[in-house]
Design a protein around this ligand. Structure first.
Ligand code: UDP
Ligand code: MN
Length: 356
């Protein structure tokens, strides 16, 4: 009798656990057991629904510091799509890129952030640029949180959905948060009729990835990784006229093949490509990378320090450091920190500093 009772309990427990895991994984992954399966194929059959959220849209160009920039309304709008994700370098990267974009007339910045929150840091940064913008929260599906996952796909897809639903004309361009762009590039891509292409510096083993031009037409490509791609180009190496963004246009979750499969989904042929940057002889964009910064954890009791009026500014700096994700600051855990004075006097911040 006892063993039947135990069996019953185990059975109920097993049902409960199965339901829990099923609900959890279904919500996060959409599909189970992806090991060894071509994820591109799956994404074709069954699009992964990412829990994207529109955080904020601003259609007003508030850059009144430069009337000339704000008022060139006869120019075609450029929609600059930037996938980004939270890390210590996120805000500095976006600051640098934003300060480039602020020089560009008629540009709308779409920042699609790979996190489930609408980041206040990102929104504040966008507002301070004065640019028209769209802020999207577009976390990648749980299944892509491992290594060698396709980077920036859920966010670019979410940006494409917003474009398709809200914009009828203009030119779109995928510009990562860590790239470096020459202002000349914007004048060039604005002319895109269908799909334009141009070289990207600092790519792969050749230091460059570029279309090869013959008689003003793209005939081949120079890129160190062929990868069986029809269009072996980098994400930063092409722009698309939005009128040409067909309903079939999509970017699959397929590491290394995102560009090629996106261009294929547009249904373009080599002959359709418009070479820019002096027939692809100049470099106007670089695939720069920032050295990763390992976020330190510090043991500092900010609340205690901020109680002393003389340390108010310092306490605020510590809060800013934590808010911008440059260091984790905890009252109980983390590395010891010191204040330095007169070259040789060090005072641990775990105590209330008296030196300053
Ligand atoms: N990215 C993202 N989520 C991630 C990793 C990257 O949205 O988990 C974005 C990143 O901010 C960048 C783009 O995807 O704009 C390409 O990523 P990364 O620069 O790390 O790759 P790489 O340029 O080295 O291929
Ligand atoms: Mn990059």
């Amino acid at each position: 009798m006892k063993s039947i009772c135990l069996l019953k309990k185990v059975f109920v427990m097993a049902i409960f656990l199965c339901t829990f895991f099923l609900v959890f994984f279904w919500a996060n992954m959409q599909i189970l057991n992806l090991n060894g399966v071509d994820t591109a194929l799956i994404s074709k059959m069954r699009p992964l629904h990412v829990k994207s959220r529109l955080c904020h849209v601003n259609l007003i160009d508030g850059r009144n510091h430069n009337e000339a920039i704000a008022n060139k309304s006869d120019l075609k709008m450029i929609y600059y799509i930037t996938p980004t994700y939270p890390r210590p370098e996120q805000i500095p990267e976006l600051t640098r890129l934003g300060h480039t974009l602020m020089h560009v007339p008629r540009i709308h910045w779409i920042i699609a952030d790979d996190q489930s929150l609408c980041s206040t840091n990102v929104l504040n940064l966008l507002r301070r640029t004065g640019l028209p913008f769209t802020h999207i929260s577009s976390p990648k599906p749980y299944v892509y949180k491992g290594t060698n996952f396709p980077r920036g796909v859920s966010n670019r897809r979410a940006a494409l959905v917003w474009l398709r639903e809200n914009v009828r004309e203009g030119v779109m361009y995928f510009g990562d948060d860590d790239n470096t762009v020459d202002l000349q590039l914007f004048d060039e891509i604005r002319r895109t009729k269908k799909v334009s292409m141009f070289p990207v510096g600092l790519i792969g083993d050749y230091g460059i990835s570029a279309p090869i031009i013959k008689d003003g037409k793209v005939v081949a490509f120079f890129d160190s990784w062929p990868g069986s791609r029809t269009f072996p180009v980098d994400m930063a190496g092409f722009a698309v006229n939005i009128e040409f963004l067909t309903p079939t246009a999509t970017m699959p979750y397929s590491a290394g093949h995102e560009e090629d499969k996106f261009l294929m989904s547009l249904g373009i042929k080599l002959d359709d490509i418009e070479p820019l940057a002096d027939n692809c002889s100049k470099v106007l964009v670089w695939h720069t990378k920032t050295v990763k910064f390992k976020k330190p954890n510090l043991k500092i009791d900010i609340e205690r320090i901020s109680k002393l009026p003389k340390y108010e500014d310092f306490a605020n700096l510590l809060k800013e450091t934590s808010r911008l994700g440059m260091a984790g600051i905890f009252s109980k855990n983390g590395s010891k920190t010191f204040i330095i004075k007169d070259r040789k006097t060090f005072e641990p911040l775990s105590l209330l500093p008296t030196l300053v």
